[in-house]
Write a protein that binds this ligand. Structure first.
Ligand code: ADP
Ligand code: MG
Length: 686
């Protein structure tokens, strides 16, 4: 089997059918099965004779099925009853509501049963145990009688299914796996070899082997991450002869621009700006990540850098992950910089196709701007090589390495400023983005109030609507109502549901107020109009899909209601909540959830207490059981498959090995190929 073959192009109907579901778990090619690791194991390795099993014990027995049948109980529920016998005794087994079991378990089959032994009246019994039929003499157990892997799953795929597939792929194809790690590193660190590690992480012979496999695979993950980042950085520096910008000469102009702002920069903003200025003055192009919590004021810092580039006669590009955010930046930057004679232009995928009809005109227009703002459509825009001085990427966690590389290729070597609200711990940032320098805005503008957050119980839904209406009328403020993603991304189904909800709210809940709707499927002109109208207070409530998640800045909005809030991770909720509380009025966030799970509600209640993004992100990582996936909205913190960002010694070791091997990378073609694959792959889809 070709491990690099995409699952969707497999000739097997089974895999074709599962391809989409697997893609939700980022399993795209067959090799990805091997790297979809179990997050725990059921320890079914104690094997016992039936006569020796004891109540409460977790064991495996092996015996012959002497009876299996369906039975109806009074409540018309079906239970499946079996008796299994070995040379020492007989034990009862029951399952609930799985009539199809009779298709796979037959009298006189040799069966393994694994699970906890319970007492029913006076008899010992297995209730819903794992089972496995011994199909032939050489049969190897995978579901019972051993350490059994439990996998992160998604809707429509079970752990058992994964176990079967992974076993099959390992058996058939492990020999096609090449160990890309240099022999020397393996020896010096006493690592398990790759083939064995992959076997042992899925089907460990014992916990000791599992640990060794985990150590090796964790190292690989961090090492590849660091080495690929290192290679990006080195290539960047080698090719780079930056465009140093004059700063002193324009100091007065910059000062008067800053003075023209309706507020004073925070100290943190000033510090970040100083770091940026140091970078762009130098010969080496800047490559800096600006981190700051939602609403901390990153845009203005970028705007100042853009203005500086303009004063030096350079063009800038500002790229945002969504059209809505690009439009907003367009409005903001125009307002800020037009008075200073800066020409601002907007390009999104829709404005681009509108232009297409005008044929060659685009070429003549290529220099009609000082700053080009847009979605990744800007990547496909012709730019004048020597004029591009600065590239700003907002919400950079939403773009992939590939897109960043593409824009670099488009121009000689502009300065790069990437921005994110994702609170990435420093260690994480260093291993993930070893190719970036970091600035933090760790302070909010003065006067900001904590957004009051409540998890609203179902019975108070109507009360909440009434309260929102009253607040809006009393304070002349505005509100967002966020509808859930029904499907994984913003599909038609999601948009339809939002539209239905919009009509319902208009008619039943807020007949006195004016409502607008915003979703990703609107035409770009329509989106623009909705946003401008909302900003100009032409309506009171904006009903939206979570497309408003990133960046949207409406300072008069003070209430955000989030439907189905349990579908989001805490960091995403924090991003959404960041849509309000951007002015000095008290703001509110109402979380709705139909969930009955106490665990889920507890997680959501964390939003009531915690208002720092970093703290929420950490909690999120802790609470999110593996296997829980929160839609396709980016969580921001890079997902590690097996290593841990808190494992500092391993991060350090991986970094030092990566630094050592980098100059000799050419000598290790397998490793080099692996690194090149990573560096051309998009990390985050958008
Ligand atoms: P983010 O960091 O989330 O991108 P923005 O740059 O959109 O935040 O800024 C949020 C809001 O705060 C904007 O309305 C902006 O004008 C305002 N703002 C930025 N800096 C300051 C400041 N120093 N004092 C007061 N308001 C500020
Ligand atoms: Mg922003």
């Amino acid at each position: 089997m070709d491990l690099l073959q995409p699952i969707s192009s497999s000739s097997s109907r089974l895999y074709k059918m599962y391809a989409k579901r697997l893609a939700n778990l980022v399993i795209i090619k067959f090799e990805d099965f091997l790297y979809h690791f179990p997050f725990r194991y059921d320890n079914f390795s104690i094997i016992s004779k039936i006569a020796n099993v004891q109540e409460g014990e977790v064991v495996t027995v092996k015996g012959k099925v002497v009876e299996i049948k369906n039975e109806y109980t009074k409540r018309a529920k079906r239970i499946q009853k079996a008796k299994v016998k070995d040379e020492t005794g007989i034990i009862d087994v029951i399952w609930f509501n799985q009539p199809f079991l009779l298709k796979s378990i037959h009298v006189s089959d040799t069966i393994f049963l694994s699970g906890k032994v319970e007492k029913n009246v006076n008899k010992l019994i297995f209730q819903s145990p794992e089972f496995e039929i011994e199909l032939n003499e050489n049969y190897k157990n995978i579901h019972t009688g051993r350490l059994v892997p439990i996998y992160p799953v998604t809707h429509g795929i079970s752990s058992k299914w994964f176990r079967r597939q992974t076993y099959k792929i390992l058996s058939e194809s492990i020999n096609n796996v090449t160990d890309f790690l240099p022999e020397k590193i393996i020896k010096e660190n006493n690592f398990m070899d790759l083939k064995k590690s992959l076997w042992q992480i899925h089907f460990p012979d014992n916990l000791d082997y599992e640990q060794k496999a985990r150590a090796r695979l964790s190292f690989d993950e961090l090492f590849l991450m660091q080495l690929s980042a290192k290679k990006r950085r080195m290539e960047w520096e080698k090719s780079a002869l930056g465009s140093p910008l004059e700063v002193e000469k324009y100091k007065n102009k910059i000062d008067s621009f800053i003075k023209s702002l309706p507020f004073e920069l925070t100290n943190a903003q000033k510090r970040a700006l100083a770091e940026i200025i140091t970078d762009i003055k130098s010969n080496e192009p800047m490559n800096r990540l600006l981190e700051g919590d939602v609403g901390s004021g990153k845009t203005i810092v970028a705007a100042i850098a853009i203005y500086l580039a303009f004063l030096n006669g350079y063009q800038s590009v500002l790229m945002a992950p969504t059209e809505i955010l690009a439009m907003q930046h367009y409005a903001t930057i125009r307002k800020l910089l037009c008075p200073f004679k800066v020409k601002v232009k907007l390009i999104t995928s829709s404005t681009k196709s509108e232009k297409k009809n005008q044929g060659s005109k685009i070429k003549d227009q290529k220099s009609d701007f000082d700053i080009l703002i847009g979605t990744h459509a800007v990547l496909y825009q012709k730019l004048e090589q020597n004029k591009l001085g600065l590239v700003v990427i907002d919400e950079q966690q939403r773009f992939g390495v590939e897109q960043r590389a593409l824009i670099r290729k488009k121009s000689k070597n502009p300065h790069f400023l990437t921005m994110t609200a994702t609170p990435i711990p420093r260690t994480v940032a260093l291993s993930m983005y070893g190719d970036l320098d970091l600035s933090y805005i760790d302070e909010m503008p003065i006067g900001r109030k904590k957004v009051k957050t409540w998890l609203v119980p179902k019975v108070k839904r109507n009360g909440a609507y009434k309260w929102i209406e009253k607040e809006i009328i009393k304070n002349k403020s505005q509100a967002f109502i966020i509808c859930p993603f029904i499907e994984e991304s913003e599909s038609m189904v999601t948009v339809k549901a939002a539209t239905v909800e919009f009509e319902r709210l208009k008619k039943n809940e807020f007949p006195k107020l004016k409502l607008g709707i915003l979703h990703g499927k609107l035409k770009s002109k329509e989106k623009e109009k909705v946003l401008t109208d909302f900003k100009e207070k032409k309506f009171d409530i904006l009903v939206a899909t979570p497309v408003v998640e990133v960046g949207i800045d409406i300072s008069n909005a003070t209430i955000i209601l989030i439907e189905a809030s349990d579908r989001f991770g805490l960091s995403q909720l924090h991003q959404l909540r960041g849509r309000v509380g951007r002015g000095d009025k008290q703001s509110y966030c109402l979380l709705f959830s139909e969930s009955k799970s106490e665990k889920t509600l507890e997680r959501l209640r964390a939003m009531e207490k915690i208002s720092f993004g970093a703290e929420l992100a950490e909690l999120d990582l802790k609470l999110r059981g593996p296997g829980q996936l929160f839609g396709t909205l980016q969580h921001g913190i890079p997902k590690l498959k097996i290593a841990s960002f808190s494992d500092f010694p391993l991060i350090k070791k991986a970094k030092s090995e990566a630094d050592k091997i980098y100059p000799k990378l050419k000598e290790f073609p397998d490793l080099e190929q692996k690194i090149n694959e990573i560096n051309t792959k998009q990390i985050t889809p958008d």
